[in-house]
Design a protein around this ligand. Structure first.
Ligand code: NDP
Length: 311
């Protein structure tokens, strides 16, 4: 009997994903039917994104797994009707590589002080060479798929890299911290701070008035993680008094960022519209198909969400 795969994401994604998903499913050699509309009681797998029309999983009585198209899972992780294995997206070739490039780009922008030369209306000749990477400690909050890949890439460029995670780890080239003390130690030394934590109750306002004050004066913040990781008012206050030199923010509590939000007009804030990285259809489709292959052959699913931890 063919397996039924429901693509339950925004319809514009269907146009992007239908062909790559068919190619990837063909490659794993299962008989399948793939579509955006099928009787719930006949669905085996749901490919899911936050804009999904499926919010109540109860009618999906033979569902084997929900496979998230994105890395972030905060929209569905607390859904009490989702009672089957729930996997998030890990897409090394697309999502991870894209995030590494975005983080490196924005880190180098601040490290090299590029803004002063790109926008220089007074034609000021200030020959202050930037420090080398070895003299610019970088901190990364979150050492998962994305945080560790970014950390390793920054370490390869010569930056001293520290990272913070929930559980302790050993990663060559990254000094790893855990716990509140570990967070505080990392913040005290990070001239550039990158946030790649998931949005969970435990990570909300990780950067607040108290923790922002621990950063060295003139630190830079880069947040491609999630908006709720930062207390917006505390960040604005730290920017206003120059304690934080600049914040590059890709993610916000409300998206699109409302036009009247002070971040838009703040001279020390760069807003990017949640584009740090994206799941890329061909590689993400292969990741989805691999989990379906595993489900069908009785192997454990990859990248299962820890429902208790919330990520
Ligand atoms: P992972 O789940 O692989 O990594 C999450 C990391 O955060 C882990 O190191 C984890 O610790 C750590 N962490 C979680 N909770 C805590 C806590 N309470 N205290 C300390 N550390 C904690 O996620 P990814 O790396 O794949 O993605 C990270 C986030 O990036 C996503 O959740 C999403 O929000 C965001 N993202 C943004 C995109 C964009 O375009 N802006 C694109 C894709 C993702 P441990 O290792 O111990 O579990």
């Amino acid at each position: 009997m063919p397996i039924n795969v429901l693509f339950a994401a925004h319809e514009k994604r269907w146009a992007q994903y239908e062909a790559p998903l068919r190619t990837a499913l063909d490659e794993i050699g299962v008989e399948y039917s793939l579509g955006t509309d099928m009787p719930p009681s006949e669905v085996d797998y749901i490919v899911y994104a936050p804009s999904s029309p499926v919010q109540d999983f109860t009618p999906y009585t033979r569902l084997k797994a929900v496979l998230n198209l994105w890395a972030g899972v905060e929209d569905a992780v607390g859904n009490p009707t989702l009672n089957v294995p729930y996997a998030r997206m890990v897409d090394d070739e697309g999502l991870t590589q894209g995030m590494v490039e975005w983080v490196i780009g924005h880190t180098l922008r601040h490290h090299l002080g590029m803004d002063a030369h790109i926008v220089n209306p007074d034609h000021a000749w200030v020959p202050d060479a930037p420090p080398v990477a070895a003299d610019r400690p970088v901190g990364i909050l979150g050492l998962g798929e994305l945080g560790s890949a970014c950390g390793l890439a920054l370490a390869r460029l010569g930056f001293p890299v520290s990272g913070w995670a929930r559980t302790s780890k050993k990663i060559d080239g990254i000094t790893c911290h855990t716990g509140t003390e570990g967070l505080h130690d990392l913040l005290r030394q990070s001239q550039i701070l990158i946030l790649l934590l998931p949005s969970t109750p435990a990570t909300e306002n990780t950067l607040n008035a108290e923790t922002l004050a621990l950063l060295p004066k003139g630190a830079f913040i880069i947040n491609p993680g999630r908006g709720p990781l930062i207390d917006d008012d505390a960040l604005l206050a730290a920017l206003d008094r120059g304690h934080v030199a600049h914040a590059t923010l890709d993610v916000f509590r409300v998206e699109p960022l409302p036009q009247d939000h002070p971040f838009w007009a703040h001279p020390r804030v760069t807003v990017t519209p949640h584009i740090a990285s994206e799941t890329r259809a061909p590689s993400a489709s292969r990741a989805i198909a691999e989990n379906i292959r595993r489900g069908e052959s009785g192997e454990p699913f990859l990248y299962l969400v820890d429902r208790d931890a919330g990520y």
